[in-house]
Design a binder for this molecule. Structure first.
Ligand code: ARG
Length: 471
């Protein structure tokens, strides 16, 4: 085998070995080995591209592809091998080159012709993000399905809809659940955007200037499943916008999970008692025997910090970097991997906890049945009799004040009481309001009337089915 000074990818012009601590801190193999399947796919495409420009013979390509397959196979079947053989590898790119040389001798050094780790890592990372986004889309779909089943199972349950955490108007519990469902549908679209933004192949960009061999970039891209190629080599090696887009999508999911968690933590409190926490997703107290704590939801809320911080972390790393590849960019991977893994778990825990939650219809209905929540409908009653809304609002305000003075719900005032305030109030004014009528009147698209909620459920189910049909 041709003699090289040492095994490093770049040792030729150096007299001294790197400082041991610096060397350990600059290596990325411990975490970027996760990119190995993508690295190997890119290597395969590159070997073929090099044949296209006459650098590799047919035999050399065949040998290289066989060796790459063998490396992939060994990495899968012999997990300990990667770290044993790769103990000296600086990064995943170095690892594969070392393994190729072990298999093929000097031919293993030939594959790096015309290319740079700068474009390799960008390409691998893009492929990772595309797969990662698809995986999280599946987890999200499972969570959205859990919302749909709970919404359908609780179709008749009213609850007190709130703004500012104050009881506002009655709504259906299903409407509340579908509100969360809609938010997570938007996250699906964000993941799709991240995937589109990652879907451009940098190979052929070289270290920064492009490739001096006229490789067919379109063929490489197609080989790897990309639908486009990047347009500027300098931009391509330094661009991590696709990673930002992915982290933004994950941060959106985490924020929505955190809001959901906050709702359920409150609903599980003794003051609300709207839900019965499932044992499977709760824990107890080591001191207080009566406690059942909503830890699954609290931890979902708490873990949001890590996800948003990985978005802020990458934004901060990228801020102030000059154009083109800088080694700082190596800091892009660890926390994105961690955020991705964490969100997958968070979504599955949320779906499980939601599916097993029991809603206390008695408590929910009781809160929704307070006549104070029909005050807006009472104003609408006057509007239907021709009173301008602001005036109607005032008159109903007076009715509520009278009820407060008498210490009873306004629906229990006498006809005399209300007619003193306005002769437009007739008997049905005191008799007709109910949770059911208040909810049933919100028939607009997107409203809380049962028909509207059912329509929203059907539409969302249809969208999910369409998404599932996509490859
Ligand atoms: N490990 C590096 C990264 O993750 C890729 C190697 C590029 N190194 C270099 N010295 N240009 O970004």
């Amino acid at each position: 085998m041709t003699v090289r000074k040492d095994d490093r990818l770049w040792g030729g012009r150096f007299d001294n070995a790197p400082d041991a601590l610096f060397d350990a801190s600059q290596r990325s193999f411990a975490f970027d080995q996760r990119l190995l399947p993508y690295e190997i796919a890119v290597d395969r495409a590159w070997a073929k591209a090099l044949q296209g420009v006459g650098i590799f013979t047919e035999t050399e390509v065949r040998q290289s592809l066989a060796a790459l397959d063998k490396i992939a196979e060994r990495a899968k079947s012999e997990p300990g091998w990667i770290n044993k053989f790769g103990a000296e590898a600086e990064d995943v790119h170095h690892f594969v080159e070392k393994a190729l040389v072990e298999e093929l001798g000097p031919l293993g050094w030939k594959l790096h012709t015309g290319r740079s780790r700068n474009e390799l890592v960008a390409t691998d990372f893009r492929l990772f993000v595309i797969d990662a986004a698809a995986e999280i889309q599946h987890c999200l779909q499972a969570l959205i399905k859990a919302f749909l089943s709970q919404a359908k199972a609780n179709m008749k349950t009213p609850m007190a809809g709130m703004t500012h955490m104050q009881h506002a108007q009655p709504i259906l519990l299903s409407h509340f659940l579908m509100a969360h469902g809609q938010a997570f549908m938007r996250d699906l679209a964000r993941l799709q955007n991240a995937s589109i933004s990652a879907d451009a192949c940098p190979m052929g960009s070289g270290a920064l200037a492009g490739c001096s061999f006229a490789v067919d970039r379109d063929v490489i891209a197609r080989d790897l499943g990309f639908s486009r190629i990047t347009a500027n080599s300098l931009d391509a090696v330094g661009d991590r916008d696709f990673a930002l887009d992915y982290l933004f999508a994950l941060a959106g999911i985490a924020t929505h999970l955190s809001r959901l968690a906050e709702d359920f933590v409150l609903f599980a409190s003794q003051e609300f008692s709207y839900v019965i926490l499932p044992d499977e997703y709760s824990t107890g107290s080591s001191l207080m025997p009566q406690k059942k704590n909503p830890d699954s939801w609290e931890l979902l809320r708490g873990k949001t910090g890590r996800i948003t911080s990985s978005l802020f972390g990458l934004l901060t790393t990228l801020k102030g970097l000059p154009t083109s590849y800088q080694r700082d960019l190596q800091e892009d991977k660890e926390s994105l991997f961690a955020a991705h893994d964490q969100i997958g778990v968070m979504l599955s825990v949320a779906a499980g906890a939601l599916a097993k939650t029991k809603f206390r219809e008695d408590r929910l209905r009781a809160a929704a049945s307070n006549p104070a929540l029909f005050a807006t409908d009472a104003a609408d009653y006057l509007v239907r009799r021709g009173v301008p809304f602001r005036q109607a609002h005032d008159l109903v305000g007076q009715v509520l004040r009278e009820a407060e003075t008498q210490g009873k719900p306004w629906t229990e005032l006498s006809m005399e009481d209300v007619q003193k305030i306005s002769p437009l109030f007739e008997l049905d004014f005191l008799q007709s309001p109910s949770v059911e009528t208040a909810i049933a009147s919100k028939v607009v698209f997107g409203g809380t009337a049962e028909g509207s909620v059912r329509l929203a459920i059907t539409q969302l189910e249809l969208k999910l089915k369409q998404l599932e049909k996509l490859p």
